[in-house]
Design a protein around this ligand. Sequence first.
Ligand code: NDP
Ligand code: HSE
Length: 436
Amino acid sequence: MTENRPTDGVVRVGLLGCGTVGSQVVRLLREHGDDWAARSGAHLELVGIAVRDTAAERDPWVPRDLLTDDAEGLVGRADVVIELIGGIEPARTLVLRALRSGATVVTGNKALLAAHGPELHAAAEAGDADLYYEAAVAGAVPVVYGLRESLAGDKITAVLGIVNGTTNYILDEMATRGLSFDQALSQAQELGYAEADPTADVDGHDAAAKAAILASLAFHTRVGIDDVPVTGIRHITAEDMAEARETGHVMKLLAVARRTVSGGTEGISVRVHPALVPAAHPLAAVHGAFNAVVVESESAGRLMFYGQGAGGAPTASAVLSDVVAAANHKVHGGHAPRESTYAELPLHGPDATAARTQVQLRLAHAPGTLAAVAGVYGEEGVSIDSVRQQRSADGVAQLTIISDVSTEAALERTVARLAEEPHVHEVISVTRVEGA
Ligand code: NDP
Ligand code: HSE
């Protein structure tokens, strides 16, 4: 194991990856290194930058003599390893090696954390090393610090977040400019928000990884990406957006984590899905590629963390905050908070998870139709909050029903029965309603 506290006032920093974020980390280290030294008490010496292709063109501030394709060798000579490669391998192997050897790791890799968090934390424990990951959730927004440190003296009851900038941009363009999903996605790709393969963003997997990290921190319980049911935004139409506006809502892709109670036992539910948010809710005002996370806690009440969730410089800001904290600990002693999983709350299913939905139906414009639909809700014990009916010329009506809070299970049973109800031609959509 390497000595955890360098004695020469120099903290050797090894950077793995020099892409969108890594390159900005290099720039900020070069431009503001003296400030970071004054703040941490350590001179941060960049000792190497591992990349795939050392011959590729780089931003002008990237020192070519520091580029290497020997990432393993670099890990072996750094006090602080910044992992900005992304994906699972070789990032996982390199991070584990660094932690086991006592080096601090700073990473923005939510996919790695959400899939292998326990293994990484165990390696940190074994190596008496620190693991920082502010950049892994919501880019520049200090929500990891907020949950891990600022709210360590409170009891968090819910976390609701817009944690994927690409999907927020797409939904915002659909809502405000009437674009179709495909048009908004193409625009997001042209602007560089969405990848050429946008699957992880639009199908909600990126948000699910972040939801798992947020829930683990908020509820002191291990939550992995496989624990998070996900619905993405591919199916959302311009008509859905128009209807949302009519009912006073805005459609957002949300990561939702809540404390729940089932049979007297406390647990949690963690989900990612599109949801209708009341136009007056703070999350409704989050536009473009911005991120925001609302945290509800017992004593502090409601807090909102807001800012740029992606991009080179904003994400590098979060990385460097971790690097400065790590350097501080290297010089003055102390550690980052360890993984906290003492609560071990069970993940509750649909029977214990409270939800509200908006259901859109196409149905016969005939006597008894509304009574039949209301009857299904009543028999399933689901109270109706509002109903909006539009009549079309061909004797078919469209109904938009927003429920009160019920259990997910009762709402699912209601929709299944509506689909079988003779007056109902089609269940057009079922969308969650959050934040009321
Ligand atoms: P990029 O794809 O832009 O950069 C990846 C870098 O890793 C490249 O420099 C690449 O080298 C290098 N790399 C890839 N494979 C290897 C390898 N086997 N060995 C050594 N180096 C390798 O990624 P980003 O900068 O966008 O993202 C980095 C991390 O930050 C990811 O985990 C991402 O999820 C996270 N993040 C990114 C945000 C963003 O806005 N981009 C926001 C928040 C988090 P080469 O240049 O030679 O190809
Ligand atoms: N693809 C992510 C987003 C980048 O759109 O928010 C930040 O994790």
